[in-house]
Design a protein around this ligand. Structure first.
Ligand code: DOR
Ligand code: ZN
Length: 348
């Protein structure tokens, strides 16, 4: 059991992270690497990381952007298209460098235009992945115009995900960034081949935070935050210690100009203060003893990877002031504001 002012846990990983490329990559990578040992790196670059060769090249760019003295292991992901080559996926997975494939329904979110429209076309890749034990990371939202944006996750589970899983019962699936009680329930009841990541921000905000009293572009992300009852279901899931759930921050940097716009981009940037926020959330629920399962144990177990050997210590003290913004050569990126004092300091 943790004491009520200090907690030592195995070093966390982030099982869903956007690092981008170029100057943005250089600016945001240290924010993750200072706390996390590894992260699943999202492939929605322009152009997307669709092949093993592209993943190798991106992996090398990430490592060369890492400041001297920091260590970090990028876990690479291939972006699934209707043209993805089965043997390329197999080579990528067997190399050990690529850990998963990402399914974006075409048009669901940032840079998802090359994603999948006809799910029958990806069946040969899914069959090979099931055989290999390679996880499929799923952005679980339908994109049909007639489906309300707040219902898109629940409809996706019924109409797309469940049929895919019935057709491929051996396929390992990660429901990425779940935002609904339906998502939490489906993940919990899905057996050993199914898990869900939960972001930091979806544990903190509901749709009122986004919309009441003026629109808050830095709280806009996809899937969009839902009603309070859904946030509460996510908090219950994350803090339960249940192996079906683990942390995927979906920390997604955009320049302030692109967020604070008539057509603002989706994404919350939480890499900087995620661990302090999570400790605060778990502490409020009186569930600090389950923080390690969520941040450091359940993810590696699902992905079949070892737990990190280093430890980190969180200590409760006077509130920390994290920077409000991260500077990049092209402008600032706003750090997610949890609108609560953060008492938990992180020491590696
Ligand atoms: O809010 C989001 N931002 N959701 C996503 O699925 C993509 C991400 C991004 O790349 O900015
Ligand atoms: Zn994402």
């Amino acid at each position: 059991m943790p004491s009520n002012s200090s907690l030592t846990i195995q070093q966390p990983d982030d099982w869903h992270l956007h690092l981008r490329d170029g100057d943005m990559l250089k600016s945001v990578l240290p924010e993750t690497a200072k706390h996390f040992a590894r992260a699943i790196i999202m492939p929605n670059l322009i152009p997307p990381v669709t092949t093993f060769d592209m993943a190798k090249a991106y992996h090398a760019r990430i490592l060369s952007a890492l400041p001297a003295g920091m260590s970090f292991e990028p876990l690479m992901v291939l972006y699934l298209t209707e043209k993805t080559d089965v043997s390329d996926v197999e080579r990528a997975y067997q190399s050990g460098l690529v850990k998963a494939v990402k399914l974006y329904p075409a048009g669901a979110t940032t840079n998802s235009d090359s994603g999948v429209t006809d799910f029958d076309k990806i069946q040969p890749v899914l069959e090979k992945m099931a055989e290999l034990g390679m996880p499929l990371c799923v952005h679980g939202e339908v994109v049909k115009h007639e489906v309300d944006i707040f219902d898109r996750e629940a409809v996706f589970i019924d109409k797309v995900l469940d049929p895919i899983r019935r057709r491929n019962p051996e396929l390992k699936v990660v429901m990425e960034h779940i935002t609904t009680k339906q998502g939490a329930e489906y993940a919990r009841e899905g057996g050993d081949n199914l898990a869900a990541t939960i972001t930091t921000h979806h544990l903190v905000i509901n749709r009122n935070h986004l919309l009441v009293g003026g629109i808050k572009p830095h709280y806009y992300c996809l899937p969009v935050a839902k009603r309070e009852e859904h946030r509460l279901a996510l908090v219950e899931a994350a803090t339960s210690g249940n192996t079906s759930y683990f942390l995927g921050t979906d920390s997604a940097p955009h320049l302030d100009g692109a967020k604070e716009s008539a057509c603002g981009c989706a994404g919350c940037f939480t890499a900087t203060n995620t661990l302090s926020i999570l400790a605060e959330v778990f502490d409020k629920e009186d569930k600090l003893e389950n923080l390690e399962a969520f941040t450091s144990l359940n993810g590696p177990t699902f992905y079949g990877l070892p737990v990190n050997s280093k430890k980190i210590t969180l200590t409760k003290a006077e509130p920390i002031e994290y920077p409000a913004k991260i500077e990049t050569p092209d402008g600032d990126v706003t750090v997610f504001d949890p609108q609560m004092p953060l008492h938990w300091h992180v020491k590696i």
